[in-house]
Structures are given as C-alpha cells and as structure tokens.
Design a protein around this ligand. Structure first.
Ligand code: ZN
Length: 146
C-alpha cells in the first residue's frame, strides 16, 4: 500500500510556519501553495527544517521592499537570518560565535546561502514571481497578471 502524504510524525520533515500576526487572506489561496512548495523544494538546511513566513497579507512587512503586493495576497517574506527557527544553517558553523567578527562571518555566510536560495527559487518559479533577497529576509511576490 502506498502512502499519498508524507508521514507528519517524521521529525526531519520540512515544515512551513508563520510568525505571530501573519495572516493569509483568501487571495493567498491562489498564490501561497505554489510558493510554499517551491520554498520547500529549493531550501537550504534551516533550523528546525522550517520555512518561516514572517509576513504575508498583513502589515508585518518592511516598508522598503515593494510591500504593496502584501495587501493583495501575493507578497511574502521568508526568514533566513539568525540561529533561530527558520534561519539558514551555515555548514561547519554550529553557532554564530561569541565575537563580533565571528558573528559577521556567520551572517555573511547566511546571506550567501540566502542568495543561492533566492536564485534557485526564482529559477523554479520561472518568471511568474519576483524574488528579492532583502537584508534580513527573502521577499517573494507574484504579479497578479502572471
Ligand atoms: Zn516583503
């Protein structure tokens, strides 16, 4: 007998989680499933194997990232920073370290891995979505016309 869905008891399964106050409106039903699948398929190693959405159809998004798509159910922010839930795991560096230098090195490696993730994501979504690696998150938006 084959199983249609992955076993949700598997602790290594990738998960999608949402920050406090993040809301998905009805409009998100059209756009989010496509993005969520692509995020899971392309993601690097993350803490708790999580893709953590910090903003969707709500007012949590930054002002400087073309946030208007957040209001129409087509804009999302994805965490990658920090050694916390959903942050990118830097191979060979278990913790960000104690010194400012070590922490900067960790953040730089995370940013490079986020660039790689954003590029893979954009390729996977083939032009229907705009993917921007912002300073502390990946912004993804789908043009309603596409
Ligand atoms: Zn955004």
């Amino acid at each position: 007998m084959s199983r249609e869905f992955p076993d949700t008891r598997d602790p290594n399964r990738p998960i999608v989680t949402f920050g406090t106050g993040v809301e998905l409106s009805a409009g998100c039903l059209e756009t989010f499933p496509e993005l969520a699948a692509a995020l899971i398929d392309t993601k690097p190693a993350t803490f708790n194997n999580a893709v953590h959405i910090t903003s969707a159809d709500d007012s949590n998004h930054g002002k400087d990232d073309g946030g208007s798509f957040h209001y129409v159910g087509a804009g999302y922010d994805v965490r990658f920073v920090g050694s916390r839930h959903g942050g990118i795991v830097v191979p060979g560096m278990e913790t960000p370290g104690d010194t400012p230098e070590a922490q900067k090195k960790y953040a730089d490696r995370q940013a490079k891995l986020a660039d790689w993730w954003a590029a893979r994501l954009a390729m996977r979504l083939r032009g229907r979505w705009q993917i921007v690696r912002e300073k502390d998150h990946i912004h993804a938006e789908r043009d309603p016309g596409r």
